[in-house]
Design a protein around this ligand. Structure first.
Ligand SMILES: C[S@@+](CC[C@H](N)C(=O)[O-])C[C@H]1O[C@@H](n2cnc3c(N)ncnc32)[C@H](O)[C@@H]1O
Length: 471
């Protein structure tokens, strides 16, 4: 028992020792582990603090980069603004260039017209010389034939006086007399023929008056004053023109049978007036207006562009609408603006009145123009011929104008004109190679107070240019 007790206590002490040593070792291991963990934690902490330091420096860099970006963005936006202002300046410069280009083209046209007019003047001088020469040759021929006659007659009389054989002399005299009379007849036929030739001919060149008239128009014509004087209300004569234009474009077989591709319309010498062209608005898909005075062309453009300052033509369009097939005034004006091509310069004194444009048209309208651009019948015929040259063969001229007019006034300015009778018109139209399809006249229905002009009436003629079939 005591042995067991001793063993037990020794076992106990051994166990205690073991426990103690295990505990010590465990303590040591745990301490070592703790140290290692502490070390790790410390090194992680250091790492974290390092990273934190780096992060803060990166953050600092980011913020400085952000600042730089924002300043670059500001610079970009200011550059963009500068670019847009430069672009605006460029576009305004481009506009100025285009307007200068337009002016240049107008100047070119003007220059070419000035050159043409000087060439025309030289030609006209040459023509006068040629005509003088020709007439002197004709007179010489005529004189020499008269001289021959008279010398033959003298010889006859001498022969008659001194002939012994009366019967012979009388026979011979009678035969000579016959010859004389036949020569005389031939002379008179020749004279008559040359007069007729003069009547039917179209002079190639103008007198100097056309240039004077043209310059008077270019220097003094005021479209607004003209509108106030002649178009402030709708008178019976303008109604007559509008009715005839309307009828011919809508019902007359002369035009209504034409195919669409042969419906190019030109209005020559339109002035500031868009209303006559409106009668062709549903007939054609292409209407060109031509006018010599820049201010008149601007008024047409103003009206076509619906500008607020444009002249008021509404009473005339409304009358046109009242003639038609239920179309309203607005439909007519809208359609006219749709088919309207352009308003170009023209000059009836030029050989090519639309130079440099050389287009030929199917229909030409002209109202109160040619008799007001000329002062003699010869000049009227020449200008008519030049306008008719702008028609293709088989094309149609529609011409409205004044009869027996010598002048009209706008304010204190008087414009001359050639006084035409119906016969002059028929002769001129035939002389330039037109076949009259219809002609109508109207006695004057306005007082000279209403219209400061001295016309006795007005006319409207529709005529076809001889040549190919018209349709
Ligand atoms: C009495 S106004 C007629 C205007 C318009 N057609 C009308 O019906 O009221 C005469 C027109 O003839 C034009 N004119 C004058 N001389 C011209 C010429 N040499 N060539 C072309 N037109 C001319 C004028 O510019 C003006 O427009």
């Amino acid at each position: 028992m005591s042995m067991f007790k001793v063993w037990l206590s020794s076992v106990q002490s051994v166990a205690e020792q073991c426990v103690q040593s295990v505990a010590k070792q465990f303590q040591r291991v745990w301490l070592a582990v703790f140290k290692v963990w502490l070390c790790c934690v410390q090194s992680v902490a250091m790492l974290c603090s390092n990273v934190a330091g780096q992060c803060s420096s990166v953050a600092k860099q980011c913020s400085s980069v952000a600042k730089q970006c924002s300043s670059v963005a500001k610079q970009c936006s200011s550059v963009a603004k500068q670019c847009s202002s430069v672009a605006k300046q460029c576009s305004s410069v481009a506009k100025q260039c285009s307007s200068v280009a337009k002016q240049c083209s107008v100047v070119q046209v003007w220059l070419s017209s000035v050159q043409c007019s000087s060439v025309a003047k030289q030609c006209s001088v040459f023509n006068v010389q040629v005509q003088v020469w020709l007439s002197s040759v004709q007179v010489q021929v005529w004189l020499s034939s008269v001289q021959v006659c008279s010398s033959v007659a003298k010889q006859c009389s001498v022969f008659k006086l001194f002939s012994v054989q009366v019967w012979l002399s009388s026979v011979q005299c009678s035969s000579v007399a016959k010859q004389c009379s036949s020569v005389a007849k031939q002379c008179s036929v020749f004279k008559c023929g040359s007069d007729q030739h003069k009547l039917a001919s179209v002079p190639v060149y103008f007198s100097e008056h056309v240039e004077e008239v043209k310059h008077q128009y270019l220097e003094t014509f005021d479209p607004r004053h003209y509108h106030r004087t002649f178009y402030s209300y709708l008178d019976e004569e303008v109604k007559f023109f509008l009715r005839r234009y309307h009828e011919i474009f809508t019902n007359d077989p002369l035009l209504s049978a034409r195919c669409r591709s042969r419906r190019r319309v030109l209005e020559f010498g339109c002035g500031p007036v868009p209303v006559y062209a409106a009668s062709a608005a549903f007939f054609s898909e292409s209407i060109t207006m031509a006018e010599i005075i820049p201010a008149n062309r601007s008024e047409i453009e103003s009206w076509m562009d619906c500008r607020p300052e444009a002249l008021d033509w509404s009473p005339f369009f409304s009358y046109l609408a009242s003639l038609g097939d239920g179309r309203k005034e607005e439909e007519i004006t809208e359609r006219l603006r749709e088919v309207f091509q352009v308003v170009i310069p023209c000059d009836g004194t030029l050989e090519e009145p639309l130079a440099p444009i050389r287009q030929r048209y199917d229909v030409i309208m002209t109202t109160l123009c040619l008799e007001f651009a000329t002062t003699t019948k010869d000049d009227y015929r020449t200008m008519l011929g030049r306008v008719v040259n702008l028609l293709r063969p088989g094309g149609v001229l529609l011409m409205a104008g004044a009869l027996g007019n010598t002048s009209y006034s706008v304010g204190s300015t008087r414009y001359p004109s050639v006084s035409l009778q119906k016969e002059d018109l028929e002769e001129a139209v035939a002389a330039v190679g037109l076949r009259v399809a219809s002609m109508a006249t109207l006695e004057r229905l306005t007082s000279s107070k209403e219209k400061p002009a001295d016309h006795r009436g007005v006319f409207f003629v529709a005529a076809e240019k001889q040549g190919e079939p018209g349709v």
